[in-house]
Each structure stands twice: as C-alpha cells, then as structure tokens.
Design a protein around this ligand. Structure first.
Ligand code: CUA
Length: 341
C-alpha cells in the first residue's frame, strides 16, 4: 500500500526533471557532462548492489523458508569470519571506485579559471529576485541575460546584496551559492555550443524564489565583442514624448540605470532590455512558444502589476508612483523598442 504513493512521488519527481532546458540529464558543457558521468556511474553501482542483495535475499527466503511440520528452531549461527570480511571488503572497493572519479571531477570543477588570461571574468550578484552580471574587464554591467562567447571559460565570482541565493544553470554546471556573509564563491563553466540555456536560483530566498530565473546566451566570439561594444557605448535613448521622458527619468531612473548611467545597486539595468530573452527573468519573450508572449505584452503585464508577477519584489507599482495607464503603456513600448544592434 505504501508503494503506490511512493511510486507516484517518484514519478512526479521525474516529471519535474522533464523540462528539456532545465535538466541535468541533458548536459551541454564539460562541467555538466562530468557531473552527469558521475551520476551514471553511481547509479550503475547502486543498481548492481540492489540486484545482488535482492537476489541473495530472495534465495534465502525461498531456500530456508519454514517447511511443513517444522516446529523446532533452526540451527543458530553467529559470526562468520569469511562473510564479515566479504561484506566489509566489497563496499570498501565500491567506495574507492566511486571516490577516485569523484575527487577528480570535484577538483576539476574547483578550477575557477580566475588566473586564466583568456577567461571572461563575470561578477554575479544575486538580488531578491534578479541577477546582475558585471563584466569586470570590460566595464559592462547587465541583468538577467548572461551573454557569453561560445567555448570560452567563464570565471565567475559570486556574491549577494541580500540573502542566500544559488546560481544554477542545470545543463551547463552548478550550483554555487551567493553568500550574505561576504564570502566570495568562485567557479567556472563553458558552453561549447551556441544557444540559450535556462538558469535558476536554487536556494530558497523568499516568496519569489521560484521565479528568480535568468538566461545564459552563448554566442559567437564576434557577436560577443559586438554586444560588449554596444553595451559600452550605448546610444542615449529616452522616450520620444518629452513629457513621458520626464516621467521616465524622474520615476524609473530613480532606481534603474540606462545607457551610460553607472549601474544601480538596487534595480536591474535597462540597457538593451528589448533584446532580452525574458521580462523580469520569467516572462518569456517568444510568442512562438506556448509559455511565451511578445515582449511588449510581457512588459505591459509586468509594469501594470509587478507584484502579481513576482510577489515580494522591490519594484513599486508604477500606478502608485503617479503614472497613468497610457504612460505605463508608453514606457512599455519604449522599453520593448530599446534593442541593441
Ligand atoms: Cu534567489 Cu532563490
């Protein structure tokens, strides 16, 4: 009877791993691949142990079951030197077999490439509930979309401005905590193929923890340089309507940074927001997908009621800041059109 709910729970667990872009079972980079190989090895060993133990147990249950008219207690045996050596040595061998590749993988993963001249250094900062990415060597700061050149090692340095978060891109590598005590964690990964990889916060950090998503966009080296250039010297953009531009400046830019403004510690940068993969990390800007919508629609959803999208986030409702519905739509249109390139 207990088996049914357990099977159901396990099924649900597997179903949860079914999202292709959020699965450790479809590794896309060397770090994730080595962890996956370890998982396969330990599961294989577990299955062999399970089969052997259950076979022996089944044999014993059948071979030594109580026979008809058998009433006396069977011969009592205790302590077999041979068996005890056997069941100590076999697990020991298994542990060693597991330990050798584990130590190798852990040490390889511990290489944070922070001294690598070729590596792209990125400072990751967790905020309730968004991610900030600072490219220290380039003087560029962005949010939510981490743009990386394909094939290069990315050397991460992780911290937080509030609580404990965990930086996780299941198909590439992870996880790594961002510590509120000031400890800086470092690690590295690379993406051998171009593509968009889904990332998530993996440490319970408040009511919108589940929505604290980001994207890793692996692009060609050329496209990366182009992106850096457009981020470094962004065109100075403002809404066309002077009245709206005034509202945007006084209300939105009191927290957010845009263009050449220095990065704000309290709110994500808006530079090139129209080119991002999602609004607020979770409203996917892709109307060809079932869970996506056009960016303008997503921006309107977000700006008209940020708390309904991400409860507990620090963005005030623009309506409470004196913006009318038309002004909010106007800002959404302006931001949707603010693309790079
Ligand atoms: Cu940040 Cu969970």
């Amino acid at each position: 009877k207990r088996l049914l709910p357990m099977t159901a729970a396990f099924g649900l667990l597997l179903a949860g791993c079914g999202r292709e872009d959020l699965s450790v079972l479809r590794p896309q980079g060397p770090v994730a691949e080595s962890s996956y190989a370890l998982m396969k090895l330990s599961i294989a060993i577990m299955i062999v142990v399970l089969l052997v133990v259950f076979s022996i147990a089944t044999y014993v249950w059948i071979r030594f079951r109580r026979k008809k008219d058998q009433n006396e207690i069977p011969k009592q045996v205790e302590g077999s030197f041979k068996l005890e050596v056997l069941w100590t040595v076999i697990p020991l061998i298994l542990v060693v077999v597991l330990a050798i590749p584990t130590v190798k993988v852990v040490f390889a993963a511990g290489n944070d490439h922070s001294d690598d001249k070729d590596a792209i250094k990125v400072k990751v900062t967790g905020h309730q509930y968004w991610w900030e990415f600072e490219y220290k060597d380039y003087g560029v700061t962005t949010a939510q979309d981490l743009i990386i050149p394909t094939g290069k090692h990315i050397a991460f340095e992780l911290s937080t401005t509030d609580v404990l978060h965990s930086f996780w891109v299941p198909s590439l590598a992870g996880k790594m905590d961002t510590n509120p005590d000031g400890t800086v964690n470092r690690f590295s990964f690379s993406a051998p193929n171009e593509g968009v990889y889904r990332g998530k916060c993996a440490e319970l950090c408040g009511p919108s923890h589940g929505f604290m998503e980001f994207k890793v966009k692996s692009v060609s080296g050329e496209a990366f340089e182009k992106w850096i250039a457009s981020m470094k010297a962004p065109e100075s953009v403002m809404p066309d309507d002077p009245a709206l531009a005034e509202k945007f400046k006084s209300q939105c830019l009191s927290c957010h940074a845009i263009g050449s403004m220095p990065a704000s510690p309290v709110a994500p940068s808006l530079t090139g927001i129209g080119s991002r993969e999602a609004v607020a990390g979770i409203l996917l800007n892709d109307d060809t997908r079932e869970d996506g919508a056009p960016i303008l629609e997503n921006l309107k959803t977000w700006l008209h009621d940020p708390q309904s999208v991400k409860p507990g986030n620090k963005m005030p409702n623009p309506k409470d800041m004196g913006l009318s519905d038309e002004e909010i739509d106007g800002i959404a249109e302006f931001l949707a059109g603010y693309t790079l390139e």
